[in-house]
Design a protein around this ligand. Structure first.
Ligand code: SF4
Length: 415
């Protein structure tokens, strides 16, 4: 999204594209600095582009984003060929280096780089929590909500450019509003966004489990534009680990909340993520997590292997689960999820579901139901034979077959 805002601000001054092209005159690398793999990928990209610069293929290389914010001084020393390093809040400065003025009137506008029918909407930046393993507050700062009117304006801009699905993201979604309105306003925000003409689906990512605003459950249930979907990273279930992680929920409150979701959101897809291999995690603690997953059967699940992050409080703990064990337990949990996912998918065979078509990849059109988010969740595959579907349109699809993670279907005569 930050790249999209930069691209919009560059406007007519440059021909911009959002891909790796070593022969473009000017390169801006938007880096990620949260976890080891992302840092490595960011550095590799910078090195690739500085090499292109020394070979005369490109003229200037600028670096922005989280990695640059966090390690600006080290990077300057290590990669001196870069023409400028910028932090996450330095948009006007980057523009100045590119000889373009920052335009206030373009607040809320972006050049959309996702397929034009869906877009991410970042409702707040930063986080007030201090989870022991997480560097986000160090990089992004304290939680800062965007005002409702600004977000509605951004949604209107996106809708007028063909966006039908808004994917709301925040580091702590349900904290939205506390900093600027002195109370949680996520439900009101979702309701206002659902009134924007052209928006048909609103999807919610990254809710924090403690003090979850229960009126949001009603909004998901009652508002047809809010997808029956909730992404709520739980991270673990063992009390010792949750406490060491400095999470504000324990085993009992987590179970109560999940049970409440299951009672009230009977048709919703619950997505969560867990961290395995946290310092000191014993076989028994992992087993407790495994049994929790087995019992509560999340619809979608991701597993991260713990990786230590400098300057976080967990960095002082001994990272004592060896890499092979981390890999093995992550695989074990995902194997369980694969089976659970297959069971859930089989329940959908024979149903007719509303599907948005994301892309065409011979021999299939590939779409999603309201129960799935792009890039991380399941897809619905529809054979292209005899079908002429439009990308970004909704169709009723009859589900004919279930796989571990994906569904297969055919266009229903009900369209
Ligand atoms: S709530 Fe999320 S973003 Fe905030 S500190 Fe915890 S893990 Fe990091």
């Amino acid at each position: 999204m930050d790249s999209e805002v930069l691209m919009r601000q560059l406007g007519d001054n440059y021909i911009v594209s959002h891909n790796l092209n070593t022969e473009a005159d000017i390169q801006v690398v938007n880096t990620c600095g949260f976890i080891g793999d992302a840092k490595e990928e960011s550095v590799d990209t910078i090195l690739q582009l500085t090499k292109a610069k020394s070979n005369g293929l490109t003229k200037k290389v600028f670096v922005t984003g989280c990695l640059s914010q966090r390690y600006k001084n080290d990077l300057k020393k290590e990669i001196p060929d870069v023409d400028g390093f910028f932090g996450v809040n330095d948009l006007p400065e980057i523009l100045k280096s590119l000889e373009v003025d920052y335009k206030e009137e373009l607040i809320g506008e972006r050049k959309i780089t996702t397929p034009s029918h869906f877009a991410y909407l970042k409702i707040s930046e930063g986080c007030d929590r201090d989870c022991s393993y997480c560097a986000i507050p160090l990089i992004r700062g304290k939680h800062k909500s965007k005002p409702i009117e600004e977000l509605v304006k951004e949604a209107q801009f996106l809708a007028s450019n063909g966006v039908k699905e808004l994917i709301l993201i925040a580091q702590d979604l349900t904290y939205y509003g506390i900093d600027i309105y002195r109370k949680r306003k996520i439900t009101e925000l979702v309701n206002k966004l659902s009134e924007v003409k052209g928006i048909e689906w609103i999807r919610l990512h990254y809710a924090y489990p403690a003090a979850f605003p229960l009126d949001l459950i009603d909004e998901i249930n009652d508002n047809p534009k809010v997808c029956n979907y909730l992404d709520i990273p739980l991270q673990h279930i063992n009390n010792r680990i949750l406490k060491s992680m400095k999470r504000a929920h324990d085993k009992d409150t987590t179970i109560n909340l999940v049970e409440k979701f299951r009672q009230k959101l009977t048709n919703a897809s619950l997505r969560t993520t867990f961290i395995v291999g946290y310092p000191g995690e014993t076989d028994e603690e992992f087993e407790e997590l495994y049994q929790f997953v087995e019992k509560y059967k999340f619809d979608r699940m991701g597993v991260f292997q713990y990786s230590e992050e400098e300057d976080t409080s967990a960095f002082d703990l001994k990272d004592d689960v060896d890499p092979q064990t981390k890999q093995d337990i992550a695989d074990k949990l995902m194997m369980l999820q694969q089976q659970l996912s297959l069971e859930r998918n089989k329940e959908k065979v024979g149903l007719t579901l509303k599907v948005i078509i994301d892309r065409k990849e011979d021999p299939y059109y590939i779409g999603r139901t309201e129960f799935d988010s792009p890039e991380v969740d399941n897809e619905v595959l529809i054979n292209i034979e005899n079908e002429d579907l439009k990308l970004g349109e909704f169709y009723n699809v009859e589900i004919t077959k279930a796989d571990f993670f994906d569904l297969y279907g055919k266009i229903s005569p009900e369209n």
